[in-house]
Design a protein. Structure first.
Length: 160
């Protein structure tokens, strides 16, 4: 889409913000349920004469299991990546690659920002289907978690 006028940019931006309102409400409901809150607020339960308004914590337990699996998959493996050299003495390349891979992975795994970013992205992915992250610059190895509401998507966009 080509933007010829400032007003068109503003219109498209507001369309995306308005499209996110019902999605934001749905995300809030999911967050409340998976945080252990009862399914209905007190006023709604009283209006509809709901006798039992308790969260059975099944979702909370499922989320805890999923987070443990996510952690095992993305934080606990030996090395997070593998470095390979294509120059230097051929008999030293493999050893150097292992050393760099091991030390760089150790630094990342000991970084609170990295671990919390991976955990937060996993939590968003498990609850809402996406875990958006953004890098501050080209050289930063650690991505910063973005709120899902900051990702603006137009209504009736083709799903990939």
């Amino acid at each position: 889409m080509k933007f010829d006028k400032v007003g068109l940019v503003e219109t498209v931006t507001w369309d995306m913000r308005l499209a996110d309102l019902p999605r934001g409400e749905n995300r809030a409901i999911i967050n409340r349920l998976f945080n252990g809150d009862p399914p209905f607020d007190e006023n709604t339960a009283e209006e509809n004469n709901i006798q039992v308004n308790r969260n059975d914590l099944e979702g909370v337990n499922a989320m805890a299991q999923a987070r443990r699996q996510w952690t095992k998959a993305f934080i606990q493996p030996g090395n997070l990546f593998r470095v390979g050299y294509d120059s230097g003495p051929s008999h030293k390349r493999l050893e150097w690659g292992h050393t760099v891979s091991r030390n760089a992975s150790r630094i990342l795994k000991n970084s609170r920002k990295y671990v919390e970013g991976v955990r937060g992205s996993g939590g968003n992915t498990m609850l809402h289907g996406i875990g958006p992250s953004v890098w501050q610059n080209r050289r930063s190895p650690v991505a910063k978690l973005m709120p899902i509401s900051s990702v603006m998507i137009r209504e009736r966009t083709a799903a990939g």
